[in-house]
Design a protein around this ligand. Structure first.
Ligand SMILES: Nc1ncnc2c1ncn2[C@@H]1O[C@H](COP(=O)(O)OP(=O)(O)OP(=O)(O)O)[C@@H](O)[C@H]1O
Ligand SMILES: [Mg+2]
Length: 278
């Protein structure tokens, strides 16, 4: 649990992330996602409750514990004046890496993130997508076992976003790193994550695989257009949806339920960046 003055940002939240999974954490603006990540990574202390890694109580003051975790914050916090390689070098030194081992890790991470050619460029001169990748490369430098990414794909064009998805999958599989990410792009969670958790108003309101969450409300949807209004109705199967469709004499679209439908139903809101924001 964590409050800021009278604002309860994280309320009685309890969940587990399993080793090796790619886990997506969703929720409307202000739901408490970043605060939860800050608690999980030691940037904030909980008012009540505890965090455990591999069964041990989390003590962020211990370097050995901090080394388990990599963090990609919501806002890039690179040193813009320093080169790409220097940004990594400073991080490596803070995490206890030195000499040849440090230089090898810098080279590996730059290659892995496809940034080797930019190694001498000032971080401030990279494109938005490259900056995001550099922050991720930096978080990987000390070989964390779990990587927290707070909105890793915000501001990326659709091509860069898909390249980032592939990059995150490689981190998960090739680097054998558990990945915990937040996103407002629901199709991103649907495409990437084995498990999804939704937070709203400081509480966890749903968790499960994308398929489990989708089947809760019904597998088929009718989008019913009435003038400028759009109503969506959910049905357990296609036949039930078709029976209803025959009763309607307006413009109707039949489709399969998406994770975004589930999100909208549960949170009662349209999400920023999604289809049809309000
Ligand atoms: N340092 C702070 N001081 C005061 N209030 C804060 C602070 N950090 C967060 N809050 C409040 O806590 C609540 C949760 O904020 P948080 O940043 O965790 O949300 P979020 O889910 O990450 O939202 P977004 O999707 O917009 O990034 C909000 O009401 C926010 O105003
Ligand atoms: Mg946030």
């Amino acid at each position: 649990m964590r409050s800021f003055g009278s604002t309860l940002a994280v309320d009685n939240v309890s969940f587990q992330v399993y080793r090796g999974e790619l886990f997506a954490f969703l929720g409307p603006n202000g739901a408490g996602k970043t605060t939860t990540i800050n608690l999980l990574t030691g940037l904030l202390h909980p008012d009540r409750g505890e965090i455990r890694y591999r069964g041990e109580r989390f003590n962020p003051d211990l370097l050995a514990v901090k080394q388990l975790i990599g963090v990609v914050p919501q806002h890039n916090n690179l040193d813009k004046e320093l080169s790409v390689a220097e940004n990594l070098r400073i991080h490596g030194i803070l995490f206890g890496l030195r000499g040849r081992q440090l230089e090898e890790r810098i080279r590996f991470c730059l290659e892995f993130a496809d940034l080797l050619e930019k190694s001498a460029t000032a971080a401030g001169k990279l494109s938005g997508g490259m900056k995001r990748k550099l922050v991720i490369a930096r978080a990987l430098l000390h070989q964390p076992k779990i990587l927290f990414l707070d909105e890793p794909t915000v501001g990326l064009d659709p091509h860069s976003r898909r390249r980032m998805w592939a990059f995150l999958r490689r981190i998960n599989v090739e680097q054998q790193c558990t990945v915990f990410l937040t996103t407002h792009y629901i199709e991103e969670a649907e495409s990437l994550a084995q498990r999804v958790m939704i937070m709203d108003n400081a509480k966890i309101i749903a968790a499960g695989s994308p398929d489990e969450l989708k089947s809760c409300g019904g597998d088929y949807v009718l989008d019913i257009y009435r003038g400028t209004d759009l109503d969506s109705e959910f049905f357990a199967d296609r036949d039930a949806a078709l029976r209803r469709l025959k009763q309607l004499d307006t413009v109707v679209r039949i489709r399969e339920t998406t994770l975004e439908d589930v999100f909208l139903q549960l949170t009662g809101k349209r999400i920023a960046g999604g289809k049809g924001d309000v």
